[in-house]
Design a protein around this ligand. Structure first.
Ligand code: UDP
Ligand code: MG
Length: 190
């Protein structure tokens, strides 16, 4: 298997670029945000619990997301590999992900970190709010999501840097330009 992480602040383009990566490299998309939104839509116990946090822009606890990721991995070991989108968001999640993959004789090859500055992120998320109407794309919640990213999630970069898997990429320009930069990195690994 070849597994990669796509990383970056809210609005960096992780979901958009994931779709292009899946089509070209035939990886399986594992977006914890999408799974959580599915649980919210079905109004499961997990979804109702997550909703309270997501609406405030807070993180869902490690143990909950780790459990979701574990079952997704274990049910898809026949696939070519995974692209983890929106996970890991804490250093503990990153450590556990390495362990989970190691138990299945595989690993993360590279972590692509999309770099976009804050004003551009806010602009993109407000535009998405108009188009998709996601409840957590209001200006107050956007600001908190970026704060949580800066204070907690951004540290995940250090974890991957220490093990030489961190690849920062300029996340500005056209979708195709950014995808080209990502492919240059992925072609060394896939
Ligand atoms: N979220 C979380 N853990 C995850 C994925 C999502 O806590 O592993 C929550 C968090 O509140 C986040 C929201 O779900 O703000 C939306 O996440 P998603 O990754 O979809 O948003 P993005 O960062 O791509 O805008
Ligand atoms: Mg996303």
């Amino acid at each position: 298997m070849v597994n990669i992480v796509i990383f970056g602040p809210p609005g960096a383009g992780k979901g958009t670029q994931s779709q292009l990566i899946i089509d070209k490299y035939k990886l399986m998309h594992l977006s914890t945000g999408d799974i959580l939104r599915g649980e919210m839509a079905s109004e499961t116990a997990l979804g109702l619990e997550a909703k309270k946090l997501i609406e405030k822009g807070e993180l869902v606890p490690d143990d909950i997301v780790i459990k979701m990721v574990r079952s997704k991995i274990e049910n898809n070991l026949d696939k070519k590999g995974f692209i983890f989108d929106g996970f890991p968001r804490t250093t503990r999640q990153a450590e556990v992900l390495d362990k989970l993959l190691e138990e299945n004789n595989t690993s993360i090859s590279v972590m692509i970190s999309l770099e976009v500055e804050e004003e551009e992120l806010v602009k993109r998320l407000l535009k998405r709010a108009e188009e998709e109407g996601r409840a957590d794309d209001s200006i107050e919640v956007i600001r908190n999501r970026i704060k949580v990213y800066n204070e907690v999630t951004s540290r995940v970069c250090n974890y991957y840097e220490k093990t030489n898997r961190y690849k920062p990429i300029d996340g500005t320009g056209t979708i195709e330009e950014i995808f080209g930069r990502i492919c240059n990195v992925l072609d060394e690994h896939i």
